[in-house]
Write a protein that binds this ligand. Structure first.
Ligand SMILES: C[S@@+](CC[C@H](N)C(=O)[O-])C[C@H]1O[C@@H](n2cnc3c(N)ncnc32)[C@H](O)[C@@H]1O
Length: 193
């Protein structure tokens, strides 16, 4: 996450940032996380599938899509519970291989199949029902979980939930995981082949 590697903000991201401002949505991923999402999306092989849990204002979706610029051989699915955010997502044009599903990630995950890259960024599929997300990760697939800095959580229940996620990602034998202690702290995990 070297600042000297920063490039211009892609148009899709600028549009999503404008949307977030208009909606007053303040839970979007930060630019360094977004740039990592772009880099990882670009590594997804032809025929691959990407999933984001929690669309928000579409900033993470936009970074993922920006990593696929010039390609049409990967699909990007994003899941959002809030109908107002789903409607706002449809305000702007997205690449044809991008789809948004409205609904609860916990209910939808078992029917979505497997993915090569998952950005788990909603309560469901992250702080709760992480196992559903892990089941949806293809062998060799990569999972990104943001907001892993335990020191940010003063509420004991939330703290315990984050600790549980950290423990699962560190000890699940299907995974190889690393925590990146930058920003709000990220954990990146690969599902072993
Ligand atoms: C942190 S925000 C997502 C930010 C977005 N991924 C980004 O990078 O800009 C979390 C989102 O998850 C949504 N959400 C909360 N519970 C959910 C659930 N059970 N299923 C799907 N989405 C959910 C919220 O409405 C919110 O928009």
């Amino acid at each position: 996450m070297n600042a000297s590697l920063s490039q211009a903000v892609p148009d899709l991201v600028a549009r999503a940032e404008e949307r977030a401002g208009r909606l007053g949505f303040g839970m979007s991923c930060e630019a360094p996380v977004g740039r990592l999402l772009s880099v990882l999306a670009a590594a997804v092989p032809a025929g691959g599938r990407i999933l984001e849990l929690g669309t928000g204002a579409g900033i993470g979706t936009a970074w993922l899509a920006a990593g696929l610029t010039g390609r049409d051989d990967v699909t990007l699915t994003t899941v959002e519970l809030d109908p107002a955010l789903v409607a706002a997502f449809h305000d702007a044009p997205w690449p044809s291989w991008t789809e948004i599903l409205e609904g609860d990630a916990t209910a939808l995950l078992p029917g979505l199949g497997r993915f090569d890259l998952i950005f788990a960024d909603a309560v469901a599929g992250k702080w709760t029902d992480l196992d559903l997300t892990l089941n949806a990760l293809a062998p060799g697939g990569v999972l990104i979980v943001d907001d892993m800095d335990l020191s940010r959580y003063t509420d004991p229940e939330h703290h315990a939930a984050v600790q549980r996620v950290e423990d699962t990602l560190a000890t699940d034998p299907r995974l190889l995981a690393v925590r990146i202690p930058a920003g709000t702290h990220l954990t990146v995990a690969t599902r072993r082949r």
